[in-house]
Each structure stands twice: as structure tokens, then as C-alpha cells.
Design a protein around this ligand. Structure first.
Ligand SMILES: NC(=O)c1ccc[n+]([C@@H]2O[C@H](COP(=O)([O-])OP(=O)(O)OC[C@H]3O[C@@H](n4cnc5c(N)ncnc54)[C@H](OP(=O)(O)O)[C@@H]3O)[C@@H](O)[C@H]2O)c1
Length: 327
């Protein structure tokens, strides 16, 4: 593409979407070529509104980072909303993009697309080999549909219209813009909040659920955004070398996992909590290990850069600046 592409970032106020916008600006994309709409300005479940938006704006590239996202409790309580809204967001955006000549689109999925008992580390070809974790199955099915939408448009319109829609599946993310809700947040933001509150209230010990031995993978959100821009801008020949037309998604992880104990201790250090960290072994541990195999992405020339200490430091500064002061 000879001119600077006009880029639509869907979900730009979310953790990942906002990091993609920061990444594009940092790479020199001019702000006036990046278009955004808040959820209230454009509801992506509204097909007519989405079509009208694409017809008016005619973007060249789309990052699809808008989604209805939530934890186990929300997924279990509102399964209809999770499957319906995510299917509608994806179908409307991908189809309107195609109808308006968008050739490059990047769809963001999630590691929950893989079977509950997938072999570790999870490779892309584990997709659709067995049953999913029931708690977020509706959400995962919608995300799998997003991958298959991209692949189907590529297969039907790739040659005739130059359509090249790609998908990335991130591991657990953390960083600026995260959700610190006390009951409904992921492990890193939840622990940042708990250690911070324990520090300011001089609480002598913080108990972590389980034995602390399960291992999880975490990626700093700026790394995720950098990976998204990298994958979007790979030449088609390079992308095609590492993917197949019906197995085209790419895992995005840092490549290693850490025990919950290591993560908790590093968060405690980052926050400056001096009390004791204990483990409540009467509480369940969950799956012993969850790690993505990111060798496909590595072969495409991308590796994570930010280690946990650096990432946690930045996340905690963001928490202090944007969360503590508002509450
Ligand atoms: N965070 C993680 O650890 C993680 C891990 C793996 C994958 N991912 C994936 O990455 C993507 C982005 O996640 P995130 O953490 O950035 O989520 P997020 O912070 O909740 O952001 C999602 C954004 O999408 C917007 N949105 C939702 N429904 C919409 C609709 N109908 N129309 C227009 N906008 C809508 C939301 O706006 P409102 O808030 O106004 O509704 C929000 O700004 C998701 O696909 C998610 O599955 C995230």
C-alpha cells in the first residue's frame, strides 16, 4: 500500500484496543489516519449502523479488538449476551469491512478457544479437537466463529477481492487499562489491588487461593499490541508460509509460564507490600498449567519484549494513577 492506510481500531477504549492505538502512534502512524468510535457512538451489534459507518469512513485496515469480555461469573450468568453480542460484533464488522473494500483485518480471539484438556503448550492445531471449558463455552464458540468468518471470507473472496483477514489468540494479558473490579478481575489486576490495599491498611498477611503451584502465562498488553501490528503488516507470502487456509489463527504469548506463587511474590515486591503471603490450600487450584505455543508467531519474526517485573511496574503505576485516585 503506497499511501498511509486509514485504520479503524474497534474497541479503542478497551485495554487491548487502547494499546493498539498507542502502538500505532508510537510507530509513526498519523493520528488523523486512525479512526475510532466509542460503544455509544457505534454499537457494533447494530448491523445497519456498522454498514453505514464503513460506507462513510472506508477504512483500509481494521483491528477488531471490540468484544463483550468478562470473567467466569459474568460468562456463567449472562451466556446469551456473551454468545449473541460477540457473534454480532464479529459478523457485522467483518461483513461490512468486506462490503466496503477492506482488504486487511485482524480479529482478536482468546486462548479459551482451545479444548479444556488441550495438550500443553497449546498449539494452534488443537482447535476443534475436543470439548471446551463449559463456563465460557458460549464466548469461546463466538471467538471460534470469528476465526472461521475470517477464513471463509479469505477462501471465498481472497483471490477475487484481495481479502486477507487474520486472527490472533492472546494469552492472559495485563497492563494499563486493565479491569481492577474487586470481584470480576483477572489474577494480576486482582492481586495488584489486594496487595495495594493490604499495604495501605497495614494488613499483616494476604492469602492466595490454592497451593500457588499452578502455572500460567502472562503477556504485557503493549507487547500484545506490538504483535497485532506486526501480524497485520506481514506480507501475505510470509503469513501464508506459517498458516493454512483453514488453520490460520496465530497464538500470541511470551512463551513461558510462571507459578501463581512466583506471580504473587513479584506483585508483592512491585507494590511494596512487606507482609506475609500465604496460600489457602482448602481452595481449588484450577488447571495445573495453561501455556500457549507461540512458535508460529516466533517463526513470523515476533517475540515478547517486556518481562514481568517491568510490566508489573507499569501496570501498578497505571493502577495508582487511574484507579486509586478515582475511588
Ligand atoms: N484482557 C485479556 O486478558 C485478554 C486475553 C485474551 C484475549 N483478549 C481479547 O482481546 C480483545 C479485547 O479485550 P480487552 O481486554 O481489551 O477488553 P475490554 O477492555 O473489555 O475492551 C473491549 C472494548 O470493546 C467495546 N465493545 C464491547 N461491545 C461493543 C459493541 N457492541 N459495540 C462497540 N464496542 C463494543 C467495549 O466498550 P464498552 O466497555 O463501552 O462496552 C470496550 O471498549 C477481546 O476480544 C478479548 O477476548 C483479552
Amino acid at each position: 500500500m503506497s499511501h498511509t492506510p486509514k485504520i479503524y481500531v474497534a474497541g479503542h477504549r478497551g485495554m487491548v484496543g487502547s494499546a493498539i492505538v498507542r502502538q500505532l502512534l508510537a510507530q509513526g502512524y498519523p493520528a488523523h489516519r486512525i479512526i475510532t468510535r466509542t460503544h455509544s457512538e457505534l454499537d457494533l451489534t447494530d448491523q445497519a449502523a456498522v454498514r453505514a459507518f464503513f460506507a462513510a469512513e472506508k477504512p483500509d485496515q481494521v483491528y477488531l479488538a471490540a468484544a463483550k469480555v468478562g470473567g467466569i461469573h459474568a460468562n456463567n450468568t449472562y451466556p446469551a449476551e456473551f454468545i449473541y453480542q460477540n457473534l454480532m460484533v464479529e459478523a457485522n464488522t467483518i461483513d461490512a469491512a468486506f462490503r466496503n473494500g477492506v482488504q486487511q483485518l485482524l480479529f482478536l480471539g482468546s486462548s479459551c478457544i482451545y479444548p479444556k484438556l488441550a495438550q500443553q503448550p497449546m498449539r494452534e492445531d488443537a482447535l476443534l479437537t475436543s470439548t471446551l471449558e463449559p463456563t465460557n463455552e458460549p464466548y469461546a464458540i463466538a471467538k471460534i466463529a470469528g476465526i472461521k468468518l475470517c477464513e471463509s471470507y479469505n477462501r471465498q473472496y481472497g483471490e477475487s477481492h484481495g481479502v486477507d483477514y487474520r486472527s490472533v489468540m492472546p494469552t492472559n494479558l495485563y497492563g494499563p487499562g486493565d479491569n481492577y473490579h474487586p470481584e470480576n478481575s483477572h489474577v494480576i489486576p486482582a492481586l495488584i489491588r489486594r496487595f495495594h490495599e493490604a499495604k495501605v491498611n497495614n494488613v499483616p498477611s494476604v492469602a492466595i487461593w490454592g497451593t500457588g503451584t499452578p502455572k500460567r502465562e502472562f503477556l504485557y498488553v503493549n507487547d500484545m499490541a506490538a504483535a497485532c501490528v506486526h501480524v497485520m503488516n506481514l506480507s501475505k507470502a510470509t503469513y501464508d508460509q506459517q498458516t493454512q487456509s483453514m488453520l490460520s489463527h496465530i497464538n500470541v504469548g511470551c512463551g513461558y509460564d510462571l507459578t501463581i506463587r512466583e506471580v504473587a511474590e513479584t506483585i508483592g515486591k512491585t507494590v511494596g507490600y512487606k507482609g506475609e503471603i500465604t496460600f489457602d490450600t482448602t481452595k481449588p487450584d484450577g488447571t495445573p498449567r495453561k501455556l500457549m505455543d507461540s512458535s508460529r508467531l516466533n517463526a513470523l519474526g515476533w517475540h515478547a519484549k517486556v518481562n514481568l517485573e517491568e510490566g508489573l511496574h507499569a501496570a501498578y503505576q497505571d493502577f495508582l494513577a487511574n484507579y486509586v485516585t478515582q475511588n
